[in-house]
Design a protein around this ligand. Sequence first.
Ligand code: AQP
Length: 322
Amino acid sequence: MRIFSGIQPSGAPHLGNYLGAIQSWVQSQNSEAFFCVVDLHSLTQEISPDDLRRQTLELTAALIACGIDPDVCTLFVQSHVPYHAQMNWLLECVASYGELTRMVAFKDKSSRQEAQRAGLLTYPVLMAADILLYKTESVPVGDDQKQHLELTREIAERFNNRYGQTFVVPEFSKPAVAARVMDLQEPSRKMSKSVSSPLGKLDIFDSAEDIEKKIKKAVTDTDGEVRYDWETKPGLSNLLDIFASFSGEPPSHVAERYERYGDLKTDLAQLVISSLEPIAQRYKALLGDPAELEKLMARGAEKAAAVSRPVYESAARAMGLS
Ligand code: AQP
């Protein structure tokens, strides 16, 4: 099955990125899987050139540390393959302004930017280009990306109808549990790199002390009964989802084992610490050899370009370019 997914190098991955996306990438990786560090997308927000360069390398190392194996799948950096930006332009001439302004992420992010970047409006088209360039069948992402994936499907179908069969129309795929990890302090909104407070967001490379502190201080409710119920107990249900996602059991089974929030939080902190510790160790070792990482990135870009170039060329030809 041809798979594509991406992640922005806009900071360390948090539990939402890990449980909502990276974990399922690791489980589903095969020779037909393409995973991409989408550095072009990070330009939609304020980021210094030095930070972007460093974070791109760090995120590549983080993905490998999490279990992405560049010998099994293709791991690459978006800007290293020119067809993403080129395909983006073709698809910007297929997407409409109206549908882009309806994207929830655009409304949310643009309301927080003083000088709104045009890229913030158009980046869902770049995301469509990323996906369609690989004749992707399945896109494993968190629940927050559903609307963007629907747009990708719409753009693919419109292109095929207008210019002839060119693109595969991809399916959305999300994990059964923890598809939307919520902010630990504000369980009504998703955990996010750019919005969550330091206590609301748990990064996968946080120290054991920080992990313990953040889970202990996570907002729950005053009712006192341990029950999996998103409607009335979002904070607690979020913790149960995180627990279940690491332990591999249904969240309601985890809930049945506990009578007190404190005990659940103590065990959850230990589970998260012991699950993430080996990843942090591999990450440190990988960062110790940046030349090897650069080599892996170059090999990934070569493999990705070999697959995406003919798709770009057939789309360009279909539109009448040369
Ligand atoms: N809270 C979340 N729960 C589950 N999945 C999530 N993802 C992000 N947040 C959650 C999934 O992680 C993948 C990579 O996301 P991204 O880094 O490319 O961008 P994002 O969705 O914009 O992530 P953030 O943290 O929310 O970044 P900012 O703050 O910059 O917007 C995607 O598959 C996403 O679904």
